[in-house]
Ligand binder design. Structure first.
Ligand code: NAD
Ligand code: SAH
Length: 416
C-alpha cells in the first residue's frame, strides 16, 4: 500500500464511480491512454504533481500511471480537494496527500512531501510546487527532466524565474496552448463560476448587476455566461485594449470605484492582488456579494473585510456574512478562494479533457525526448492541433482539408 494522507479512505468506492463518470466525458484523454498503454512511454518516470484533486485530475493521474509513471499528488488549493477522489486514487497506488479544508501549513507540507521524491517530471497548477523546488531544493533541479504549468498565473511566475535566469529545468506552458486557454479558461471557468455562485447562494441571476474584474480569457467566459442568464454585466480592466474589447462586446466598462456603487455581485478574474479593497467595499450596496475566480485569496482583500467588520458568521456553506462598521452587510463566498473549485466541482470533464490531454502529451514528450535548456516553452502546434482534431472527432464533427492548390495559394505572395 502506498503512503497517503486523505480525509476518509472509506470514500474510495464513491470516488471510483465519479472517476468512471469523468472518464466517459473525457474521450480525448481516454483515447490517448489507450493508444500508448502498451508502449508505456512514461516507464521509470517519477512524477510530482500539484493539481486540484478532482475527478478530472484523477483521470489524468490514471493515464500517467497507465503509461508507466509513478505519481505523487498534492492539492493545488487547500479547499478544492474532492475527498472521495483522493481516497480512490490512494487505493489505486497513487501517493496522494490532500484533504479538503487542510490548513495552510498542511497544504505546504503536502507540497513538500511530493517535492521530496526527487521527481523527474513536475506538473503544477499555480507554480507553488515549482517555486518550492527552486527555493528550498535547488539540489534537485538538475535531475528534473522537465515540467508543465497548468494556469495563467503559474506561467507568469515561471517567466519571472526565467527572466532572472533562475529557472532550473525546462517547463511547458500548458496554460498557453490554444486547446487549453480558449476552452478551459473561458468556457470552463465561465460555467463553473456560475455553478459555484449558485451552489453558494442560490440567488436569481436574472436582473442582477454582476461586476467582473478582468477581461482576459476567464473574465470573458464569466461575463458571457452571466449575461446569458440575464444579468447586466459590468467589466473593470486595467488594459485599455481588453477594456475596449469589452465595450465592443457590449458590456459597460468603468472603474471599480464606480462599479462598487451599483454591483450586486462582484467576481474577480485577474490573477492580481487588491482588486477589491476597503476603498471599494465602503461604497458597496448593503448585501453585496464578493467572490474570486482568478488566482489566490488576495484578489478580494479578505484582510480589509476582517478589519472593517464588527462581526462575521458562516451563513451558508461557502458563504460568510460580514457586518461592517458602516452598518452594511457584505457576503464573501468560498473564503475569497476559487469560487468554481471550492463551492462547485471545478470545470466540467469535457473541457478538462483537452487541458489534461495537453498535460499527458507534454509529460510523454519530456520523458521520451532529450532534455531541453531550462526555459519556458510553448506547447508545440502539432500537439495542440492533434488534440483539437481528436476532440472534434469525439463530437462526430468533420472539417474540410486544404487542397495542395489551396495550400500553395495561401502561401504565395504573388498577385495572380
Ligand atoms: P489573462 O491574463 O488573460 O487575463 C487577466 C486580465 O486581468 C488581464 O486582461 C489584465 O489586464 C486584467 N487585470 C489585471 N489586474 C487587474 C485589476 N487590478 N483590475 C482589473 N483587471 C485587471 O488571464 P486569464 O487566463 O483570464 O486568467 C485570469 C486568472 O484566473 C489567472 O490568475 C489564472 O491563473 C486564473 N484561472 C482560474 C481558473 C479557475 O478555474 N478559476 C481557470 C483558469 C485560469
Ligand atoms: N493553485 C491556484 C491556481 C489557479 S487554479 C489556486 O488554486 O488558487 C486554475 C486552474 O484550475 C485552471 O487553469 C484549470 O485548468 C484548473 N481546473 C479547473 N477545473 C478543474 C478540475 N475540474 N480539475 C482539475 N483542475 C481544474
Amino acid at each position: 500500500m502506498p503512503e497517503y494522507w486523505v480525509s476518509d479512505i472509506n470514500k474510495a468506492e464513491e470516488g471510483v464511480a465519479q472517476l468512471e463518470w469523468a472518464e466517459r466525458n473525457m474521450p480525448v484523454l481516454m483515447s490517448l491512454r489507450k493508444k500508448y498503454s502498451d508502449e508505456k512511454p512514461l516507464r521509470g518516470a517519477k512524477i510530482a504533481a500539484c493539481l486540484h484533486v478532482t475527478k478530472e485530475t484523477g483521470v489524468l493521474v490514471r493515464t500517467l500511471k497507465a503509461w508507466g509513471a509513478e505519481v505523487y499528488l498534492a492539492a493545488s488549493n487547500p479547499l478544492s480537494t474532492q475527498d472521495d477522489i483522493a481516497a480512490a486514487l490512494a487505493t489505486e497506488g497513487v501517493c496522494v496527500f490532500a484533504k479538503k479544508g487542510e490548513s495552510e501549513k498542511e497544504y505546504f507540507w503536502a507540497i513538500e512531501k511530493v517535492a521530496s521524491i526527487h521527481p523527474d517530471i513536475v506538473i503544477d497548477d499555480g507554480a507553488d510546487l515549482h517555486s518550492l523546488l527552486h527555493e528550498k531544493h535547488p539540489e534537485m533541479l538538475n535531475k528534473i527532466k522537465g515540467g508543465a504549468e497548468e494556469t495563467t498565473t503559474g506561467v507568469v511566475r515561471l517567466r519571472a524565474l526565467e527572466k532572472e535566469k533562475k529557472l532550473g529545468y525546462p517547463v511547458f506552458a500548458v496554460n498557453d496552448a490554444m486547446t487549453k486557454q480558449m476552452f478551459d479558461n473561458r468556457y470552463g471557468t465561465g460555467q463553473s463560476t456560475i455553478d459555484g455562485l449558485l451552489r453558494a447562494t442560490n440567488i436569481l441571476i436574472s436582473g442582477k448587476t454582476i461586476v467582473v474584474a478582468g477581461y482576459g480569457w476567464v473574465g470573458r467566459g464569466i461575463a458571457a455566461r452571466a449575461r446569458g442568464m440575464g444579468a447586466e454585466v459590468i467589466i473593470t480592466e486595467v488594459d485599455p485594449v481588453k477594456a475596449l474589447e469589452a465595450v465592443m462586446d457590449g458590456y459597460r466598462v468603468m472603474k471599480m470605484e464606480e462599479a462598487a456603487k451599483i454591483g450586486d455581485v462582484f467576481i474577480t478574474a485577474t490573477g492580481d492582488k487588491d482588486v477589491i479593497t476597503w476603498k471599494h467595499m465602503e461604497k458597496m450596496k448593503d448585501g453585496a456579494i464578493l467572490a474570486n475566480s482568478g488566482h489566490f485569496n488576495v484578489e478580494v482583500s479578505v484582510k480589509d473585510l476582517e478589519e472593517n467588520s464588527i462581526s462575521s458568521r458562516e451563513l451558508r456553506r461557502y458563504m460568510k456574512e460580514y457586518k461592517m462598521k458602516n452598518g452594511k452587510v457584505l457576503y464573501l463566498l468560498a473564503e475569497g478562494r476559487l469560487l468554481n473549485l471550492v463551492a462547485a466541482e471545478g470545470h466540467p470533464s469535457e473541457v478538462m479533457d483537452m487541458s489534461f490531454a495537453n498535460q499527458a502529451l507534454i509529460a510523454k514528450k519530456v520523458w521520451t525526448e532529450p532534455r531541453l535548456e531550462p526555459k519556458v516553452y510553448k506547447v508545440p502546434l502539432d500537439i495542440d492541433q492533434n488534440i483539437a482534431m481528436l476532440k472534434l472527432k469525439s463530437m462526430g464533427i468533420e472539417i474540410d482539408e486544404l487542397t495542395p492548390e489551396q495550400k500553395e495559394y495561401l502561401d504565395s505572395w504573388k498577385l495572380d
